[in-house]
Design a protein around this ligand. Structure first.
Ligand code: ADP
Ligand code: MG
Length: 244
């Protein structure tokens, strides 16, 4: 049985008079990987930031397990552990070493004791190949290493879903694959993922659904085969020409 984990219903977001998201509707089932593609400025980050409550919708609703995340007194820190986010610029705590980056959310939000949190952090860091670097500060690491730490940090919170906003766009080309491989491993564990990316081969191989965003609208939605091999909309065809 499929279970709807995240539902976005008639979502609109304005910045002043600028309508950045216009009536967005989508559903992500538990265990599904949804990829969002589209040109710069089309609203992809704003959509993820609304789902993570870094922005609040102008109207419409976002539901997690069928319950609105916009309700009063909603526990946002708890929700951000359940639906974590990985950013283009990693957003690690620069003053903390790798291990503490992965411990602090567990002890403050999940109330795990420090020893347990460290054990979980070490296990997740080892899984992304960062076991030897637990004492390093973020600035001592390459971009690919920092992003793998950011992913491990999110996974330490036992999330039900992770949102990725162009996680490889700030990386030197030779580091892109190590991060995409880490994400592929995560997808195989059954984690629900929403991924904004320009890595079309990754999107093709890993996604259950792909949506193409244009000017704040979901212009086309389908399976990877439908979107990449048989796009119906002229805008999708035009956008994808740049990647083939
Ligand atoms: P994408 O991630 O697809 O490149 P964004 O969601 O970042 O697109 O941006 C979509 C549009 O919303 C852009 O025109 C951008 O300038 C605008 N925008 C995003 N965030 C803000 C903000 N905080 N204030 C005003 N405008 C914003
Ligand atoms: Mg963006």
């Amino acid at each position: 049985m499929t279970e709807q984990l995240i539902e976005v219903a008639h979502l609109k977001k304005n910045f002043g008079k600028h309508e950045v998201l216009k009536d967005i509707n989508l559903t992500v089932d538990k265990g599904e990987v949804l990829t969002i593609i589209g040109a710069s400025g089309s609203g992809k980050s704003t959509l993820l930031r609304n789902i993570n409550l870094l922005e609040r919708p102008t109207s419409g609703d976002i539901r997690f397990h069928g319950k609105s995340i916009l309700q009063p007194h909603f526990d946002i820190p708890k929700y951000r552990a359940e639906v974590g986010m990985v950013f283009q610029q990693f957003n690690l705590f620069s003053n903390l070493n790798v291990l503490d980056n992965c411990v602090v959310g567990q002890t403050t939000v999940l109330k795990r004791d420090k020893a347990e949190a460290e054990e979980i952090a070490k296990k997740q860091l080892a899984k992304v190949g960062m076991g030897p670097y637990i004492q390093a500060k973020p600035a001592q690491l390459s971009g690919g290493q920092q992003q793998r730490v950011a992913i491990a940090r999110a996974v330490c919170m036992d999330p039900e879903a992770l949102l990725f906003d162009e996680p490889t766009s700030a990386l030197d080309p030779e580091m892109v694959d190590e991060v995409l491989d880490t994400m592929k491993q995560l997808a195989k564990t059954g984690l629900t993922m929403i991924v904004v990316t320009h890595e079309m081969a990754f999107a093709h191989d890993v996604s259950d659904q792909v949506v193409f965003m244009k000017d704040g609208v979901l212009a086309e939605k389908g399976t990877p085969d439908q979107i990449f091999n048989h796009p119906q909309e002229a805008a999708t065809q035009h956008f994808l020409k740049r990647y083939t």
